[in-house]
Each structure stands twice: as structure tokens, then as C-alpha cells.
Write a protein that binds this ligand. Structure first.
Ligand SMILES: Cc1cc2nc3c(=O)[nH]c(=O)nc-3n(C[C@H](O)[C@H](O)[C@H](O)COP(=O)(O)O)c2cc1C
Length: 754
């Protein structure tokens, strides 16, 4: 049915309220009270064309989803429409006449804000930018970051940095995500869909606001890949059924987590927003501001029990957004949520609420167990620079959220490209500032080999090296380490920090180098828990095979670099190391299928660069298991044979005509097992190893040294692992089994005497 403007205008009251949207006329009288923004928003357009006001915040699809078919009253002709469009509402998209500057001319996030102020409509600008009351929290959020200083290290040649992280199990290319922000359509007609596309292309995660302009299904369609993660933010509605429906819908649409916002039981008094809306709405007296009208449906009556309600509804990870003091962070942890956001809603809720960065410091001081616990900590509010991001992460946050900056980047007609440019700027700031800050390395096990590599790592002056020194702690702490090397000369050096035990470790490291004796690997792995998170690369410099498995089991999200070393060094007294000419190492990845290949490669390259700067000899190899097994063929022979006989290698080989054949047979059996494990070993290796041992004077072995010093021996990784594999795979290894049994008896005797 065709309607005229005067016919529609007759229905301009609360009792009978019609509006025209995109040429269709709807009777919204029944719907008035359930409008999330309150009835007066619609009443302001009652009896008129409301297309522009509707479009500025909603997607057209919403009409079909919200109004029953019976609400349709007919169509309004084009002439009538144009007459009725002379509204006194300012256009949401009323923009500065000149075109906005090219994106390439914007070089930081502040630039985006300045341009947005010129191009956003006044009411959109007021809604986005306003903070509560005197806006003290809003200003202090940013200031808190400025007050924390960084401690750069100098002269560090760092070839690669890796800013990626894992947020609630999903990889993110930066420790940055998109905070939920209501009605992004005020900034650009593509609103949250543009944010989704930009997030996908930049490899970051979007948290979609409960009050988004586009329904979740539309936003999911705007993603760039089907497995691009999206988190859904929930405000609990006064009508809990609506929230139930919302959670179910978000889950069905494919959201990967629910972020429940709890910092706005009432909406903050945002005066810029209110003042502007008073002017706009004139005499109707409401003048509430966009935020208040939108948020009038949020329930002020929820408490911690809401988590049980949510748990009953969904298995998705739950994050509480809006934690503002350490006490509530601890309560959230006890309630078993997967994450918390330290946030005061960008200074939009309670003015003078403390900055989120201060809450993070409170947590470090009063509840440090929350840092790197299974509950991830996020921070938002006032983050505008790469250095802000790094400070939050260095202090224990997994990632930070950006609210206003991405809305500003979306506006001024820039859309998706603007958001990508803003993230690209931030990425560059983060990465370049990471270079200033250097690499934190922990070296566990400061024996002869560990001390040698401690020297190599500190030499390039690009590493902050912490060592865990046990028996030689006192000497290392007071005098540092003295290395007397035939290749490198004599050096006394001091690591940045020496710890006496793994119990003193409090923060995670970029690299954890394990150079301890491979005894009780599983126990060591679990003791190193505080030093390792999913950004840590574990470097194993040990003899043996199967050494990586206990670490992979304990830290499934970490990269492992596995190394075989040929360094001849001994510790002649605590902290004093003698190094011969023998020096070589093969390094390579123990690939982790859960981690992106290029990321693992970058981690390997960075460690290789550290070795290079330390001027030690090494090669990066693809197939490290072959290297490990080749060395274990050597070690499985000489270590137990010298220890059981208390002879050096030459004395053993010349002790009887049976010695050489028995040694060769032992090596052969280890090769048999390795081959059955899929490692491409050759039997010619035996001749090679025999030639090598016969070309020099007789030598002892590390196992013999351990035995002589009454120390436990590396029996398991050298003989136990191959012997167990042989049994499991049905390989006949009679000599290996016998030697393994004998050496275990000797090791048992040593351990019993300790
Ligand atoms: C315009 C605007 C709308 C927002 N809407 C929501 C929302 O719907 N849900 C929510 O949890 N937080 C919302 N926030 C808060 C942000 O998620 C975030 O906590 C805050 O913006 C961070 O501060 P920043 O803007 O300084 O980065 C909003 C913030 C702004 C500026």
C-alpha cells in the first residue's frame, strides 16, 4: 500500500508510532519499549523518515530480525520521502568537504585521531571520544604508560624479532587485539565488517561488541579465512533470556570465546556525549547521549554467580572484561575463568578509577602467581604506541586491546585500509622497539659445557644472560666464570644474574638453554615451568637421544632447538673452565606441529645469530635426529665401556682381541635401533668412529668423569632410550642390553652412596 507523508505523520506519538525506513513504513508502537537504546530514540523520528538515523547505527537486516511481518504498513513514495528528510538531526556522515589525507601521510595513531575529529560527525565524535565526568581516568590511562620507563640495551645485533603470541589458544601476529566497541558504523558504513577483514589480513583477533552495528553472522562472513577467530563480548541484559539467546547465537555463529563486560552496571556520565545530544534533541528533555541510550538494557544486578549461568550455557572460554583491582583479579582466577581484561572501559565508566597498568602492577606485587598462570591477563585503555604494548607485555600481560584508535582509523572514509594502516604502524613500532630491548636468555646447568656456551652467548653483547649455577654458585656469583680456551683465549666474564636454583626463577625468558646433565629430564622440565611460556624457545645442548620428549610434553606450545655439541671442556675448579681446541656444534629444530613453520624458523635464526656473534663453530641442519643418533652411537660405546673397565679408550681396545669386535657390535646394535626409528644411519659410521678414536691418544668419557666424582651418570638418554626403543620395536640388541644392565648397576651404586 502506498502511503503519503501526511498519512505517516499522523502516527507520531507513543500511542501510535510509525517510522519510514528505506521506503517502507513500519508500525513500531509495540517495539518502542524493547528498543535497546530506549523508546525516545525512535520517538524522536515518530511519524517521519528514520532511514538515516537507523542506518547510522544498524544493519538493514536487523529490521527483518526484530520486527514482525505484521508491523509493515506499506511504502512511502520518493517525493514524500525527500520532503520528510529535512530533519533537524545532524547527519552522522556529515563530513569535512575536503578529501582526507592519503593514509601514507599518517605515521602514528595520534594522527588518526586528529583526522577523525575533523571528519566524524559531531555526535559520533562525542560518542567515541568521551570519557566519564572530568575524564581523569581517560587521561591517566595513557599517562600511566608514559610514567613507566624502558631500560634499553645497546650494541645488540638482533636479526629477527618475533612479536606474535597466543590468545586463548589462537595465534595472533601481535600481542594486540581489537577491543569491543559499540556501533562502529558511526565511523564507516562497513563498521565491524571492515574491522573483521582488517583483523584477518593483519593476523589479529577482533572482539565483537554486544552492541555492534552488524549482526555477528554478517561479521563472521566478512572474515578473510574460515578459521579466523572472533571473540564475542556480552553485556548481560536486564532480560536474561535475551542474553541466553545472544550467547547461543554467538556460539552457533562460530565465536571462539565469550568476553563478559562487568565494569558498567550503570553507564558512566559522559558529559561531552550528553551535552551534544541535549543540543541535538532540544526540548524533549532526554538528552542522554548515545552511550546511555544504547546501554539502558544492561543489567546492573549481576554478581559472580553470573559465571555459573554462563558456564551452564557454553563450553567456550570465558574472559571477564573490566577488572579494576587485584582483589577482583584473584576472585576471577578462583572462579576459573580463562582470561581477564584489566580495563576501566577506556575511562568511560567510573571517573578516577585507577589506570589498568596500575592494576597490573598491583597484581605483580600482591598476587604474582596470577602472572603466567593459566588465566591470561589482558590490558586495555590508553594504548597508543608500540612501547605501551611492550610495557604491558613485559609486566605480565598476554596482549593488549585497542578501542578508540581503531575506530578513528576506520573513520574519515578510510575503512578497512585505515585500520590495516594503523595496525601496520603499531607493528613497526613494536618490532623496532623490541630490537632496543634485546633478548633474555636463561642458561640452566653451569658445568663445563654450559659455562662455555654462557661465554659464547654473552660475547656478542646482545643477550641478557641469567644462569642457574648450583654447585659453583658461590664462586660464579663472586668471581664470575674464568674460561681458559685454546681457541678463544683467557676470559673472565660475569653473567647478568646468577641464581642458585630453579626455584628463584620468576619470569619467562625468550630462550632457555638446557646444558645440564641429562638426568631426570622430566623433573627438570617441570622445575623450569616459571621460565617458560609459549613464546619461549627451549634449546637443548645435551648428549643422548629422546632428550626433547619430556620438554615437549611439559611445554607443548614452545619451540625446541636441539643441539649436538663437540666441545672438549672441563671444570677444573668451581667457575674455572679449561677448553681444548675441540669445538663444533650442530643445531636444528625439533619441529612443533602446533607452531607456524616460519615462526619456528625465525626463532632458530635468532639463536643461530647469537652463536655467530659469539664466534663459535656450528652448523644449522634440517635433520638433527640423525646427528643425535650418530653421536649416541659414539657415546653408547665409549661412555659405558670406559666406565665399566676404568680404562681409557685405547687401553680398552688393546686389552684383548675381543674388545674391538665387541665395541663394533655395540655400535651396530645402536645403529639398528636408530634405523628402525626411521633415522637414516649408515653402518659405515662404525668405521668412521673407529678411525676417529684410533687417530688420537686414548680418552676417557664424561660418564667416567661422573663416576670418578661419584655423580649420577647420563645412562638413560645414552643407553636406556635406545634399549627401550629396541624392545618396543622388536630389535635384537643383546650387547646393548647387557651393557645397559651393567652400567645401571654401577649408576645405582653411585646414587645409593650419595
Ligand atoms: C566508542 C566506544 C564504544 C565502546 N563499546 C564497548 C562495548 O560495547 N563493550 C565493551 O565491553 N567495551 C566497550 N568499549 C570499551 C572498549 O572495549 C575498551 O575497553 C576501551 O575503548 C579501551 O580504551 P581505549 O579506547 O583508550 O583504547 C567502548 C569504548 C569506546 C571508546
Amino acid at each position: 500500500m502506498k502511503l503519503t507523508r501526511s498519512e505517516v505523520a499522523k502516527h507520531g506519538t507513543r500511542q501510535s508510532c510509525w517510522v519510514a525506513i528505506h521506503g517502507s513504513v513500519y508500525d513500531v508502537t509495540e517495539f518502542l519499549e524493547s528498543h535497546p537504546g530506549g523508546p525516545h530514540v525512535i520517538l524522536g523520528r515518530a511519524g517521519k523518515d528514520a532511514t538515516e538515523a537507523f542506518d547510522s547505527v544498524h544493519d538493514r537486516e536487523l529490521l527483518g530480525q526484530t520486527l514482525p511481518a505484521s508491523a509493515w504498513r506499506g511504502t512511502m513514495d520518493a517525493e514524500s520521502l525527500s520532503e520528510s528528510n529535512n530533519s533537524n538531526m545532524p547527519s552522522t556522515f556529515e563530513r569535512s568537504k575536503a578529501s582526507p589525507p592519503p593514509l601514507t601521510s599518517l605515521i602514528n595513531l595520534h594522527d588518526f585521531e586528529q583526522i577523525a575529529e575533523r571528519y566524524l560527525s559531531p555526535n559520533a565524535w562525542a560518542y567515541y571520544t568521551s570519557g566519564a565526568e572530568d575524564e581523569i581516568s581517560k587521561r591517566r590511562n595513557a599517562k600511566a604508560f608514559q610514567k613507566v620507563a624502558l631500560r634499553p640495551r645497546i650494541l645488540r645485533k638482533i636479526l629477527a624479532v618475533d612479536a606474535s603470541t597466543t590468545i586463548l589458544g589462537t595465534r595472533s601476529s601481535l600481542p594486540v587485539y581489537m577491543s569491543p566497541v559499540g556501533i562502529a558504523k558511526l565511523a564507516h558504513s562497513d563498521g565491524e565488517c571492515a574491522l573483521a577483514a582488517a583483523a584477518g589480513k593483519e593476523g589479529v583477533i577482533q572482539v565483537l561488541a554486544n552492541g555492534s552495528s552488524y549482526p555477528i553472522e554478517r561479521v563472521m562472513n566478512a572474515r578473510t579465512e574460515p578459521d579466523q577467530a572472533l571473540f564475542f563480548q556480552l553485556y548481560v541484559n536486564r532480560d536474561i533470556k535475551k542474553s541466553e539467546e545472544m550467547v547461543r547465537r554467538a556460539e552457533a555463529a562460530g565465536a571462539s570465546a565469550i568476553w563478559i563486560t562487568v565494569d558498567s552496571p550503570v553507564v558512566g556520565k559522559r558529559e561531552m556525549d550528553e551535552r551534544l545530544n541535549l543540543q541535538v534533541q532540544g526540548n524533549d528533555g532526554s538528552g542522554q547521549g548515545v552511550a546511555k541510550t544504547l546501554a539502558s538494557s544492561i543489567s546492573p544486578f549481576i554478581d559472580w554467580d553470573i559465571l555459573s549461568w554462563l558456564r551452564r550455557l557454553t563450553q567456550l572460554p570465558v574472559v571477564i572484561k573490566g577488572i579494576q583491582c587485584v582483589e577482583d583479579a584473584v576472585l576471577a582466577y578462583r572462579n576459573g575463568v580463562q582470561g581477564i581484561v584489566l580495563s576501566n572501559h577506556g575511562g568511560r565508566s567510573q571517573d578516577t578509577a585507577q589506570p589498568p597498568l596500575l592494576t597490573l602492577l598491583e597484581i605483580r606485587r600482591y598476587a604474582p602467581f596470577l602472572i603466567d598462570s593459566p588465566m591470561q591477563i589482558f590490558v586495555d585503555g590508553g594504548i597508543r604506541r608500540g612501547t605501551d604494548v611492550l610495557k604491558a607485555v613485559a609486566l605480565g600481560a598476554t596482549a593488549v586491546g585497542l578501542g578508540r584508535p581503531l575506530l578513528y582509523a576506520l573513520s574519515s572514509g578510510y575503512g578497512e585500509q585505515g585500520v590495516r594502516r594503523a595496525l601496520e604502524i603499531l607493528r613497526r613500532e613494536i618490532e623496532s622497539n623490541m630490537v632496543f630491548l634485546g633478548i633474555n636468555v636463561l642458561l640452566y646447568g653451569l658445568g663445563a659445557i654450559g659455562s662455555f656456551y654462557a661465554f659464547i652467548l654473552t660475547r656478542g653483547e646482545k643477550v641478557r644472560l641469567t644462569v642457574v649455577a648450583r654447585s659453583n654458585y658461590e664462586s660464579v656469583k663472586s668471581n664470575g666464570i674464568l674460561l681458559d680456551s685454546q681457541n678463544h683465549g683467557q676470559h673472565r666474564f660475569h653473567p647478568y644474574q646468577a641464581l642458585q636454583s630453579a626455584d628463584e626463577i620468576t619470569t619467562p625468558f625468550d630462550y632457555v638453554v638446557c646444558a645440564h646433565k641429562a638426568i631426570d629430564q622430566a623433573t627438570v622440565a617441570s622445575r623450569l615451568q616459571p621460565a617458560i611460556n609459549d613464546k619461549t624457545t627451549i634449546v637443548i645442548i645435551q648428549n643422548g637421544v629422546g632428550n626433547e620428549e619430556p620438554f615437549r610434553k611439559e611445554f607443548p606450545q614452545s619451540s625446541i632447538i636441539t643441539c649436538v655439541t663437540w666441545v672438549g671442556a672441563t671444570q677444573t675448579s668451581p667457575g674455572v673452565i679449561k677448553h681444548t681446541k675441540s669445538e663444533d656444534m650442530q643445531i636444528g629444530l625439533f619441529p612443533n606441529p602446533l607452531i607456524d613453520e616460519s615462526l619456528e624458523k625465525a626463532r632458530l635464526d635468532t639463536f643461530a645469530a647469537l652463536l655467530q656473534q659469539g664466534r663459535t663453530k656450528f652448523q644449522v641442519l634440517d635433520d638433527m635426529q640423525r646427528q643425535r643418533w650418530e653421536k649416541v652411537v659414539w657415546n653408547a660405546a665409549w661412555n659405558p665401556l670406559t666406565t665399566l673397565t676404568l680404562l681409557d679408550t685405547q687401553s680398552w681396545l688393546h686389552s684383548s682381541a675381543d674388545a674391538t669386535p665387541l665395541t663394533r657390535q655395540l655400535m651396530r646394535e645402536v645403529i639398528d635401533v636408530g634405523k628402525r626409528c626411521g633415522v637414516p644411519l649408515e653402518y659405515t659410521l662404525i668405521d668412521e668412529l673407529m678411525r676417529k678414536i684410533n687417530s688420537g691418544p686414548g680418552i676417557g668419557s664424561s660418564m667416567l668423569t661422573d663416576y670418578r666424582n661419584s655423580r649420577p651418570m647420563e645412562v638413560d638418554v645414552i643407553l636406556g632410550f635406545p634399549a627401550r626403543k629396541a624392545r618396543k620395536l622388536g630389535v635384537e640388541t643383546p650387547i646393548l642390553d647387557m651393557i645397559y644392565a651393567l652400567i645401571r648397576a654401577v649408576d645405582g651404586r653411585v646414587r645409593a652412596s650419595l
